[in-house]
Design a protein around this ligand. Structure first.
Ligand SMILES: *Cc1c(COP(=O)(O)O)cnc(C)c1O
Length: 368
């Protein structure tokens, strides 16, 4: 195992903790953050935990101009055994490097990144909310910091991890959402950056989201960027349908983001011997199945909501109501099982959870 030195500077002004019973998503941040610098020729260096603070960048820093940046999103959960668990964080670190590849950002050592995340969470243990459904959201990201207006990969970067306590996604039980099938805008196209977690994809999706919201829908269903025919994702989640007893999700094609939740659901379904296939699914095919009464359930999947059932799809002036607009049995079972594994209350047959080890305070300022 590689040893990395992580310098720690503790805050002298710990913040007042927010009201953990009323947490808005992504608005509160903990006392510290983890940073690693990259300089071409030197590699990643100066891993450190410092007090949470604004960062100062040159206005010419390349991230501001051409969007060379990637991010990740995962959660730490407080268990009834007073432990803190991460869910498949190795998958996020691997995906971070796949996103890096696409954006010409140098790979980061996955062990260094994960060690930094664990150390930071360990230090911020008191910030992991304990109430049911709450968690500590972990946001790692990399930005291009070289001051240069030429269009080229940056020679300098920063990897930063910030933490945000978040409330229960479903405060009054799981609520199915209404979704508009998007015909005008596309999120991603094959050969583009859709399978990388990079800022531009999200900036480009805001317009469709805004229009859908104005029409009373909470998200859009994205179709493929070439033929405008095949179902890809819902909002910033992967999408699943249960059609005539079989679970179908769009196969990874280079423009779909490969969700950790998506992968976990595929593995759980196979484990339960429920027929499941990753394949192309067109809106026409779904509509035909719907007319025959074969569409049993639909749900989005992602770290934030875990499972988000779809109660209604708006398509060509028609409302497709799925499962009477209610949460399906399988959606509920998947939600309960996944959140149970994440919280350590359900058995973890795949060894997905990773404990954040407690460090002795005395070793905090030492190597690794
Ligand atoms: C992050 C993300 C997902 C879900 O990924 P998880 O790893 O399950 O959180 C799906 N689609 C898009 C576009 C995303 O950005």
């Amino acid at each position: 195992m590689t040893e990395f030195k992580i310098d720690i500077t503790l805050t002298e002004n710990p913040k007042q903790k927010p009201d953990f019973a009323h947490l808005d998503f992504g608005k509160n941040f903990t006392d510290h953050m983890f940073i690693v610098d990259y300089t071409k020729g030197k590699g990643w260096h100066d891993a450190r935990i410092v007090p949470y603070q604004p960062i100062t960048l040159d206005p010419a820093a390349m991230v501001f101009h051409y969007g060379q940046t990637v991010f990740e999103g995962l959660k730490a959960y407080h268990t009834s055994e007073e432990e803190v668990l991460l869910f498949r964080p190795d998958m996020n670190m691997k995906r971070l490097n796949r996103s890096n590849d696409r954006l010409c950002i140098p790979h980061i050592d996955e062990e260094l990144a994960l060690n930094g995340i664990k150390k930071l969470i360990d230090l911020e243990r008191e910030w992991v909310p304990t109430a049911e459904g709450t968690s500590l959201y972990v946001r790692p990201f990399i930005i291009a910091t070289e001051p240069y207006l030429g269009v080229a990969p940056s020679k300098r970067y920063q990897f930063i991890v910030i933490l945000s306590p978040v409330g229960a996604y479903y405060k009054e039980g799981i609520n199915p959402v209404k979704i508009a099938v998007e015909r005008q805008f596309v999120r991603a196209t094959i050969g583009g950056t859709g399978n990388a977690k990079t800022a531009g994809n999200y900036a480009g999706s805001l317009k469709a989201q805004e229009v859908a919201e104005a029409d009373g829908y909470s998200q859009v269903l994205w179709l493929d960027g070439r033929e405008n025919k095949y179902i890809e994702e819902v909002g910033s989640m992967n999408i699943f349908f249960k059609i005539n007893g079989e679970v179908v999700t769009p196969m990874l094609n280079g423009s779909i983001l490969e969700g950790v939740t998506r992968d976990s659901i595929l593995k759980l379904l196979a484990h339960w011997n429920i027929p499941v296939s990753e394949r192309k699914l067109s809106m026409e095919e779904l509509y035909e199945a719907y007319q025959q009464g074969l569409v049993e359930e639909a749900f989005g999947t992602g770290t934030a909501a875990v499972i988000s059932p779809v109660g209604e799809l708006f398509w060509e002036n028609e409302k497709l109501v799925i499962n009477g607009g209610k949460t399906g049995e399988l959606s509920k079972k998947l939600y309960d099982t996944l959140t149970g594994i994440q919280l350590g209350t359900e058995s973890d047959p795949f060894g997905w959870t990773v404990k954040v080890e407690k460090q002795e305070p005395a070793t905090l300022s030492q190597t690794n």
